[in-house]
Design a protein. Sequence first.
Lengths: 336, 91
Amino acid sequence: MIYPDAATVAAVGEDPQSADIPELHKAVFRWLEKFVNTSWDASAEDLEQLRAHGASDSDIAEMLNMASLQVYLVSIADAGGIPLESELEDSGSALSEFSSLHRDRSYYHDRDAQSPQVSASFERRLQKQARIADAGDAASDGWLSAPCSGDAYEAAATKAKSRYGLMPKLFSAISACADFYPRHQLALDLLEQPHSTSLSPSLHALARAATVALDQCDYFVPTITVHLQHRFEGDIQYPDLLPEPRSLARNDQEQVVLAFAEKLVRFPYKIVDKDAQGFRDVGLDDAAYVDVFNTVALQCSLDRLANCLGVNADSRPLLSNAFMAATASAAREQTG
Amino acid sequence: MSFIRIVNEKDASATLRQAYDSISKLYSAIYGQPVPVPQVYRSTSLLEDYFRYCVVHVDCTSLSGTNSRLAGDVPGQLVAFAVSQHSSCFY
């Protein structure tokens, strides 16, 4: 168990900053609030705060990986509307010491959380881009020390180079904790295309692009730019999505997908069964709904990881060579 | 009740059932007792590609069923809880 008694666990559930827990844990809670809600404002100083309390870069890399994966889980939990283990009889579930704190959806639905002001943060992001440009390449490889060695790293590099011709900076930046490479690579693979017959490639690309825009993740902008080009042939470009992706919807299905993506990125706890019904109302079935929420959840998890690692974009889009070849072929057919 | 159709073990295809078994085995190894697949992963069961992703997700998180992520100066489970709390996630 992490904490010695139920009272401490309850106190953490109410307000970690007031609980009798290590200062490092309190610093982690503060840092993860930024990871979840305003990752585009992350800075190297955030990691210095953790190091000041004794965290190593290996610890921080592991925390970032775990946080990234948990972003995926909370997204699909809210989007799917699945019941809690405690709501099922004889579930025999594995419960963590925090499970007693689980509240039902209504506890969160009534919350009136403020979404970060997108336009204001967009300005700050431009300033951040300017600072990075001024700092030059020294600021481009992330804020963690990256050993870039070991069997797991080499295996990941081999796989990535076969797909992209390079080892992504995102992967190198977390090489201090190499446990999660198979997951991150698979996430990137899945994000290239839809996985249901009912969600069109263009709607899938829109959901993915909207997520990157809402997360203000510069790392994935080149990837999304090419992805949109392949699917929309210039009709929709990445800057069109900012600051409100759903403003460019051209039909009912695009409106529903973009509105849902925005809700899942910003207010996942407010998703209700009517959101899934909204898909059906415009001719998109449950498989399309699952496809969209997985796309958003996976992209979100990588966006926030990249934002909090401080990596700049790679020298080419993180789309497989096969995808790029198909893009080039389509472009030749169009001009031919 | 979930918002969308769920495919549980008894209705699953052979490959989907295999993925269910894999996740259950990983959790059972972590906790040292039989554990059914947690509810959260079932939300993706309609699309096997994503459900198979969940196998990899759990495998990485648990280091193939050997790590409960409860140890260390900042246990992984604490990070997971913090993300859930800041996400206002009921799960």
